[in-house]
Ligand binder design. Structure first.
Ligand SMILES: CCCCCCCCCCCCCC(=O)O
Length: 132
């Protein structure tokens, strides 16, 4: 499956501004810019198992395409929403539980890169992960 593998963040674009829009304080924003985020993705059919590790935390979670789930972000913000696959792009549509605002995120694999884009309240960002 396309997304399967270990992915390590190499580059971020506008991520600090996105986090600021998310309301994340300056200390956590600075840490997040160098969080050494690593994702291990295991897809079996419509089911995904993700092992996330960063300087903030280690977290394992599962989701199924098209099935809403609740997820806690590294800063404690809780979101609820769904991942769907459109063509080769994973599209995530989430709602923050605390303020009802929408967080959109996409994941796409091109060669040995996984590109994740984020959009929240008018601010977009991108993180590029390399396969390790
Ligand atoms: C320090 C807080 C960072 C928050 C930004 C992360 C945004 C995550 C987007 C939604 C992720 C859904 C779960 C997942 O598949 O990884």
């Amino acid at each position: 499956m396309t997304f399967n593998g270990s992915w390590k963040v190499e580059q971020s674009e506008n991520f600090a501004n996105f986090l600021e829009q998310m309301g994340i304080n300056v200390v956590k924003r600075k840490l997040a810019e160098h969080d050494n985020m690593k994702l291990i993705i295991e897809q079996t059919g419509d089911n995904f198992h993700i092992k996330e590790s960063s300087t903030f935390r280690k977290k394992d979670f599962n989701f199924t395409l098209g099935v809403p789930f609740e997820h806690e972000l590294a800063d404690g913000t809780v979101i609820e929403g769904t991942w769907v696959l459109e063509g080769n792009t994973l599209k995530g549509n989430f709602t923050r539980k605390d303020n009802g605002k929408t967080l959109l995120t996409n994941r796409e694999v091109t060669g040995n890169e996984l590109v994740q884009t984020y959009s929240y309240d008018g601010v977009t960002a991108k993180r590029i992960f390399k396969k390790v």
